[in-house]
Design a protein around this ligand. Structure first.
Ligand code: PXP
Length: 254
């Protein structure tokens, strides 16, 4: 459905990657110059029209730190989407922070499906218990999955509000002969998810070139885009980078 209005969730992780490259060993709370601040990046993205902010608190804390998550929820006005593994440690953080949405992603090899989404079929009971803990606290759950019917159906059965379809295989295939096939899988997956009553998000590897085709995926509520926007903002600034992507997502070419 190319006439749909797709929302943009800006994933700000890589602003923290740049900070960590210089300040990994330094405490972040002593009033010294520590840059860039991912909260400032998120606020700039919000001013430019980001509809949501996504950040991934990884177990190894390679980019986003716990303090970023707690500061972020106090500062942003748009919904926060907290990307995390389905572990007890992360559930505890989510229940304290109360983001609008948690986005469950695989963190270890065993949790990954062939293409790299979370394997809901294998990890059914764990995922079900996280979904119900979130529901009790007014937090919606999104499951990052491959566009695979078994994964989609399991996500609906477990009562997730959203799935985020993994667009990585499509992005990797973009300049090769399998692009159309990967795009078709996403299109069919989106229809299946929509018909099962799920809200459909999409993300991973979407950029200023492949968005032209990614936006053809029907029923997409929101796309989560990080690397490409953070990279482009080095050249044109956060404001222009976000505005340009929003325009491309919704078919407005300038
Ligand atoms: N969605 C999920 C589940 C992700 O893990 C990532 C990468 O952090 C993204 C979207 C954004 O991917 P990219 O940085 O390639 O835009």
């Amino acid at each position: 459905m190319s006439s749909q209005h797709i929302l943009l969730g800006v994933n700000i992780d890589h602003s923290a990657t740049v900070r960590q490259a210089r300040y990994r060993e330094n405490p972040l709370d002593r009033g010294r110059m520590v840059e860039p601040d991912p909260v400032d990046y998120a606020l700039a993205a919000q001013r430019a029209g980001a509809d949501a902010i996504t950040l991934h608190l990884r177990e190894d804390r390679r980019h986003i730190q716990d303090s970023d998550v707690y500061r972020m929820i106090e500062m942003i006005q748009v919904p926060m989407n907290l990307e995390m593994a389905a572990t007890d440690e992360m559930v505890k953080v989510a229940l304290e922070v109360k983001p609008a949405t948690v986005l469950l992603v695989p963190e270890s090899r065993e949790e990954v499906t062939t293409e790299g989404g979370l394997d809901i079929v294998t990890h059914r009971s764990r995922v079900a218990s996280v979904i119900s803990a979130m529901k009790e606290n007014g937090i919606a759950t999104s499951l990052f999955i491959d566009p695979d019917f078994a994964q989609i159906d399991a996500s609906a059965e477990l009562g997730a509000e959203y799935v985020e379809l993994h667009t990585g295989a499509f992005a990797n295939a973009y300049y090769g002969p399998d692009m159309e096939q990967e795009l078709d899988k996403l299109k069919h997956g989106a229809v299946r998810a929509h018909e099962a009553g799920l809200k459909v998000n999409a993300g991973h590897g979407i950029n200023y070139a492949n968005i032209k085709h990614a936006r053809e995926i029907p029923w997409v509520h929101e796309m989560n885009i990080g690397h490409s926007i953070v990279s482009r903002s080095l050249f044109v600034g956060v404001d222009e980078a976000v505005r340009e992507m929003k325009a491309l997502m919704n078919g407005v070419y300038r």
